[in-house]
Ligand binder design. Structure first.
Ligand code: UDP
Ligand code: MG
Length: 331
């Protein structure tokens, strides 16, 4: 069957013709959704195998993120009836990022490539075939990018776009309209495992790893069952985490404001002196004005200077790998 597929001829040397693919699915209170998702994901594995794109040993890893409903029981039932559905259960609810990392580190030595996707299948599973094809042609990271968000509310769509823009302004490189739907090769997972930080933001780290990558577009569907686990409060805290785990830019902004105020101080001082000598100022106003402005900007500059040092510490304590070798010709 393998020789019948023209795609296999295009598989890059060094990449297995039929890679073992692990679908990593974070699940938090997904009892209503899993009975719908599991058969669909198994169907995807069947199709991958039938098209000669992936090994029969490919599987789904459900990561139960400390659910309080019957999610883990369901995963056990699915596993009993089909061993291709595997599971791990976290002791506590740690959030999607940690659940994803736990899953990825579990499959790291047990697959050729992992694909992360949400349990609600809002990330179109049909895009998986193209992702695997790109992997077989040599890409290490394939980002799923939404072509549209027709079912998201106006607020969700616009708040997400505002977040991307803010990140970019603050110097954090992310892929526009990409969430956690992504393929990562074993090599990418190995490099990811070298990032020791606790405050993890996968969307920022994957472009930071910087291996050969491509994009697959898909249409984001509505959640078929259950509720979103990302209300506004969690979205805001995820945005703040994303920015503060990647850039010390906000501290630099404080420093710059302080410096600009020091310059403005000169203009204020001229104005105060003019008012003082022309007698427009009541007694005490001039000295008060000068000290308020001067001390204010001095405090901001001082905070900014401390911020610069804290920023350096912040970068150092992460112990991030300083480089990643993508290709070698050493023989
Ligand atoms: N999720 C998780 N832990 C959490 C919250 C969410 O593992 O604390 C999972 C959830 O089960 C789903 C994915 O993360 O598979 C995305 O969550 P959701 O669909 O609720 O977010 P939305 O699509 O509304 O942004
Ligand atoms: Mg969802």
């Amino acid at each position: 069957m393998a020789s019948a597929s023209p795609d296999i001829a295009k598989a890059v040397a060094g990449r297995p013709e039929r890679p073992v693919i692990a679908l990593v699915v974070p699940c938090y209170n997904e009892e209503p959704m899993l009975p719908i998702s599991a058969p669909i994901l198994l169907g995807v594995l069947d199709t991958l195998s039938a098209r000669g794109l992936a090994s029969d040993e490919s599987y789904v890893l459900c990561v139960d993120d400390g659910s309080r409903d019957g999610t883990w029981r369901l995963i056990g039932e699915f596993h009993a009836s089909d061993k291709r559905i595997k599971g791990i259960s976290l002791a506590h609810n740690r959030g999607q990022q940690s659940a994803l990392l736990a899953g990825l580190m579990t499959v790291r030595d047990r697959c050729d490539a992992a694909i992360t996707l949400d349990a609600d299948l809002q990330d179109a599973p049909d895009a998986i075939y193209e992702m695997v094809e790109n992997f077989r042609r040599g890409d290490d990271i394939v980002y799923g990018v939404r072509s549209s968000r027709p079912t998201d509310t106006w607020f969700k769509r616009n708040s997400a776009h505002a977040f991307y823009k803010l990140q970019k302004r603050l110097g954090l490189e992310t892929v526009y309209d990409h969430s956690e739907f992504r393929l990562m090769s074993r090599r990418a997972l190995e490099l990811l495992s070298e990032y020791g930080e606790i405050n993890l933001f996968l969307r920022g780290i994957m472009p930071h790893i910087g291996l050969q990558s491509s994009i697959v577009t898909y249409e984001r569907a509505a959640r078929a069952a259950g509720e979103t686990k990302y209300p506004l409060s969690k979205m805001v805290s995820a945005s703040i985490d994303g920015i503060t785990s990647f850039t010390a830019q906000p501290m630099r902004i404080i420093f710059m404001i302080g410096l600009s105020l020091l310059v403005i101080d000169i203009i204020v001082a001229i104005w105060v002196f003019i008012a003082h000598f022309y007698g427009n100022a009541i007694s005490g106003w001039s000295s008060l004005m000068l000290s308020v402005w001067f001390l204010g900007s001095l405090v901001l500059v001082a905070l900014g200077v401390i911020g610069e040092y804290v920023g350096k510490i912040f970068v150092e304590v992460k112990h991030r790998p300083r480089y990643a070798v993508a290709k070698e010709l050493l023989d």
